[in-house]
Design a protein around this ligand. Sequence first.
Ligand code: ATP
Length: 357
Amino acid sequence: MSDLAPKTPVLQLTGVHHSYGDTPAVRGLDLSVGAGEVVCLLGPSGCGKTTALRIAAGLEPVRAGSVELDGVIVTRPGEIMPPENRNLGLVFQDYALFPHMTIAKNIAFGLPRGVDTAGRVKAVLEQVGLSDYAGAYPHELSGGQQQRVALARALAPEPRIILMDEPFSGLDARLRESVRDRTLHILKRSKSAVLMVTHDAEEAMHMADRIVVMRQGHVEQDGTPDSLYLRPVNGFVAGFFGDVNRLSGRVSGGAVDTPLGVFDANGLPEGGAAQVVIRPEALALSGEGSGAVQVKVLASRMLGRTSLIHLCTCQTTGQELHLHARMPGRYLPDEGAMQSVKLDRSQVFVFPAEGAT
Ligand code: ATP
């Protein structure tokens, strides 16, 4: 399903299965990361992201399938090449820095014999903008700086691939934005392949060339951030990239009739239950009462760059349908006011109802 298949995968997982005892964690996972590509594994808690990353790292075995690095099988059932032989860099959620070692020693720790240790430490500290901290200890650094040390340590051996598990989750929201921005530029300059786990869709869109959305141990969709946002394959993927309005209806005459209009059923079976997923920014509101669909304002909230307007179709359709519209800038109609809705149909998606497939 990938619409941006890398030409020469550095990492390839094929048909991978893994269980913890009787609990299946990864079921038939296919995944690849190309040279210089940043791929984010995205999905809800428990969907198997960390397990997939640990399998790639050589920290977990597989029951079926294989893992290849640069075309060489490094894991298959009953066989596993240890992480230290895989030429990879690891960045964990808690950074895992040694508290009793200086920053320079932390970075030098995992470097193989024979490399110019002092030269590599100096180079990666420059790369992450921490040259002045070589002699400091981890507790003397901020959370963001510690994250950069962890990144420098992963980059130091010039690995073929860097594996990152929720690398920004320990940072507060404001710091996270600047740290991840900086991290993206460092990673892109390093030209490493990167596989990063996150449960945050916005973070994945910020970081990734390609996003792999997982649910219950398998891939739901694999593609560029814009293709996932603009062409989600199901309601789960559509809903994972932000708040959505979900309307339900039945397919009749090849269409689904809803209080917001009639939508093409995209070939869904006649009489079947359908869900119509509409992004809040697809609803353009205006105070002029001539639009085909009229809605009543329940509340208006300024969110900064956009305004969020809570709406109800109750007065015109008789149905208690609660909707969200997101308008650019400051748009704050009064509670109780009637608004006309104009729909951007490119942001409306029709799928089988959840559980109907
Ligand atoms: P989160 O975002 O919460 O970290 P995740 O998507 O990374 O979740 P995993 O940690 O890979 O998911 O877990 C996948 C499944 O395997 C879950 O059902 C989880 O409870 C189970 N699991 C994970 N680690 C273990 C373990 N060490 N022993 C038993 N079950 C485990």
